[in-house]
Design a protein around this ligand. Structure first.
Ligand code: CTP
Ligand code: MG
Length: 215
């Protein structure tokens, strides 16, 4: 039987650091949430968009639109509950990363098809990372072992459901999988696939698209 894939696009945040609903901001005339939905669409059978409750997002190109929770993990759980029974793989993606490439989706899916049950894209950190306490450095981390984690993150549905069973919150889904002992594989991420967090990030994304540095 053919493998069935779903995408959960989480767009239910309130954008505290941005100062508003960043997922509804325009990039080249299109809303960030719409861009993220349209990138995922060709690679999956089913798309769930999780939106901010109490806010009217208007029309969304998704098979199902649901109201999210108070935390990102809560929103993913609500998205998971909305999936059809027969889904094998789930890709969870931050709507706030509108510059993820289609190739990244393909690479994640390829790892899942080859037996991984949890896959995340990562990029090496280029700065030296220090742990600071009360205004003083307490430790310098070994940079060669540190990576920044992106989305889409791919999982077998069973693993993702199990990882979320605890009901705990984490800033990404892989962490919940790690917590239950699931091996999490990595693939190379993309430096252009940064998360729009502040207004400066939106300007940067807008410049990248205008100059056609990325498609
Ligand atoms: N998200 C969500 N539900 C939440 C919180 C976040 O679906 N309760 C989504 C956001 O919409 C975003 C992604 O998770 O696409 C990553 O979250 P983040 O960048 O932290 O967005 P916000 O939570 O909106 O921003 P902030 O933390 O600054 O408030
Ligand atoms: Mg947040």
């Amino acid at each position: 039987m053919r493998i069935k894939v779903a995408a959960i696009i989480v767009a239910a945040g309130t954008g505290t650091r941005f100062g508003g609903l960043k997922q509804l901001e325009l990039l080249e005339g299109r809303r960030i949430v719409d861009i993220s939905l349209s990138i995922a669409r060709p690679f999956v059978d089913y798309v769930v968009c999780v939106k901010t409750p109490t806010v009217d997002f208007g029309s969304l190109e998704a098979d199902m639109v649901v109201d999210g929770g108070d935390t990102r993990s809560g929103s993913v759980r609500i998205g998971l509950e909305a999936l059809p029974e027969d889904v094998d793989f789930v890709l969870v993606h931050d709507a706030a990363r509108p510059l993820a490439s289609g190739n990244l989706y393909l690479e994640i899916l390829s790892k899942l098809e080859h037996g991984s049950t949890a896959v995340v894209p990562v990029v090496a950190v280029s700065d030296t990372i220090k742990e600071v306490e009360d205004g003083r450095v307490v430790r310098t981390a070994d940079r060669s072992r540190l990576f920044l984690t992106q989305t889409p993150q791919g999982f077998s549905k069973l693993v993702l459901v199990e990882a979320h069973r605890s009901g705990l919150d984490a800033t990404d889904d892989a962490q919940l999988a790690e917590m239950i002992g699931v091996p999490v594989d990595v693939i190379p991420g993309e430096t252009s696939n940064f998360k729009i967090t502040t207004m400066e990030d939106l300007d940067r994304a807008s410049h990248l698209l205008k100059d056609r540095i990325i498609d």
